[in-house]
Design a protein around this ligand. Sequence first.
Ligand code: TRP
Length: 349
Amino acid sequence: MNESLRAAEERSAAIEARIATHPEEFRMLTGDRPTGALHIGHYFGSIANRLRLQESGAETWVLVADYQVITDREIASDIRGSVRDLLLDYLAAGIDPERSTIFTHSAVPALNQLLLPFLSLVSVAELQRNPTVKDEAASAGISSINGLMLTYPVHQAADILFCKGNVVPVGKDQLPHIEQTRVVARRFNERYGQTFPEPGALLSEATNLLGTDCTKMSKSRGNSIELRMTADETAKKIKGAKTDSDRNISYDPATRPEVANLLTIASLCEGTPPEQIAAEIGDGGGGALKARVTEAVNTFFAPLRERRLELEPDQSYVDLVLRRGNERANEIAETTLDEVRDKMGMIYP
Ligand code: TRP
């Protein structure tokens, strides 16, 4: 394991321990790109942690990263529809707009303006080394990286630092961006005086949930179990999942990744260890395993799905949540930008 991963994991564990006793010291910021419905990988990888933080009493901010959509595609088709879907998923999952601020970064000009001083603190070579940017370009199938994509880790620093967020619940793939954010905060503080916290990632246990074909779960691969699917759609998706020919079900991630992934999904939904589920299925084979996973997913997500159906027709409520969130985000962003311009000597009569 490399040093920076180890350091990030230690920091995450320290944050976890501190939140339990001092939630008021934390301001959580995290977000998603509005590129389609959330799936169960998002839920267990990040949303569950956000809900836990929200319940703990830490201040929580949830960003709909709409500008990020145009980093790897030329047109953001139906961006409003995607934003709305994401909001419905958040609200259905239990993100509570009374306790969490949900906002879109395109609606917060002062947040985006932080990008200018932040970019001056980062070298082009540093940006070109970012492994997550390279991976994302590769998985989007683009050969030339545009300027927004190259600089978006710095944009992400602005996302986190505009509200002085100090804890960011994300999967391991996002660690290079959190590291970049820490570097930006440190350099800004060194150059202009103490202004920003150096945020830490809060890593979840379940970051590596795979899709039904055993590659990374992602909407574009058609291998994801979406939060909003019906029970029947879920059953169909799981029925098509890859397994292997050994009828005796065992939990062995190294040699039986497909079976282990299905067991992990059932385990997360049921709160039962995967080994125990495997033992209970015994030599029932892939069919019994899939039936168990389907039942687990459908039971666990039933209340969320029901809430989503209730919320869906209420467009004005969803609009109101976002309008209020954007107002709050603008207030904080303007305060931070004023402080930044003051530190840089750029306040004029
Ligand atoms: N880059 C994140 C992703 O691709 C989304 C994101 C944008 C984000 N800004 C953020 C996550 C700030 C955490 C904090 O999933």
